[in-house]
Design a protein around this ligand. Structure first.
Ligand SMILES: Nc1nc2c(ncn2[C@@H]2O[C@H](COP(=O)(O)OP(=O)(O)OP(=O)(O)O)[C@@H](O)[C@H]2O)c(=O)[nH]1
Length: 193
């Protein structure tokens, strides 16, 4: 199972390249990568980046796949699946919980569905913390061709399995925390140090 980290965003809300922004001397992306490294079900990590930021990311020592679409998460997932089945996460999720990732990958392997996606009680999905089959790529391709880039809708209209978040240990929810703005960093510091 590949661990694919989406790292092609523009960081408009943050106002700059948030993934390279240093917290306690360490780039935000490195926190995410270190957590993902600790998931036992992940065999190999790759970064999925834009052509423009690929070079800067090569220094992290992982294969960098170029997202030639740049249409948001769907394009990143589509690109990642060119290598095989993948657990896909956003690069701005520094508090990933490795046991939770293993849990999702195990469920994915057991159910053999096109995707296994965490879901909140209100129906909200967490598509950037989910496992996808390489067969899901063909399903996405049709949508991309018709300009339909809504990933949640694609998941809902596919044969996916859902992981009910409220039934899991509460501390696993930390895994979904992501940095969008500079204010979010304030919420992060007490948790990281
Ligand atoms: N490969 C790839 N990664 C993306 C794309 N859009 C967003 N990402 C990544 O997905 C994660 C979540 O992205 P967002 O925070 O929603 O978007 P962002 O562009 O980084 O930030 P905003 O401009 O503030 O929306 C981040 O790690 C981004 O780097 C894309 O089109 N392709």
């Amino acid at each position: 199972m590949i661990g694919a980290v989406l790292a092609g965003g523009r960081g408009r809300r943050f106002g700059g390249d948030k993934l390279l922004f240093r917290i306690n001397g360490k780039p935000l992306l490195l926190y995410t990568l270190e957590k993902l490294e600790r998931a036992e079900k992940i065999d190999e990590i790759v970064l999925v980046a834009s052509k423009e930021n690929a070079e800067k990311l090569e220094g992290f020592g992982y294969e960098v796949l170029i997202d030639g679409l740049m249409v948001g998460p769907m394009g990143g997932i589509y690109t990642a699946l060119s290598l095989g089945d993948a657990f896909v996460v956003a690069g701005d999720m520094p508090l990933l919980v490795p046991e939770f990732i293993d849990f999702i990958v195990e469920r994915f392997e057991e159910t053999k569905k096109l995707a296994c996606v965490p879901r909140w009680g209100n129906g909200y999905l967490e598509p950037l913390h989910a496992a996808y089959s390489s067969s899901f790529r063909g399903f996405l391709e049709e949508r991309i061709k018709s300009g339909n880039y809504a990933i949640n809708r694609a998941i809902r209209e596919s044969d996916a399995c859902y992981i009910e978040i409220e039934k899991l240990p509460e501390n696993w929810r930390e895994s979904f925390f992501n940095v969008n703005t500079r204010e979010d960093l304030g919420r992060l510091s007490p948790l990281i140090f």
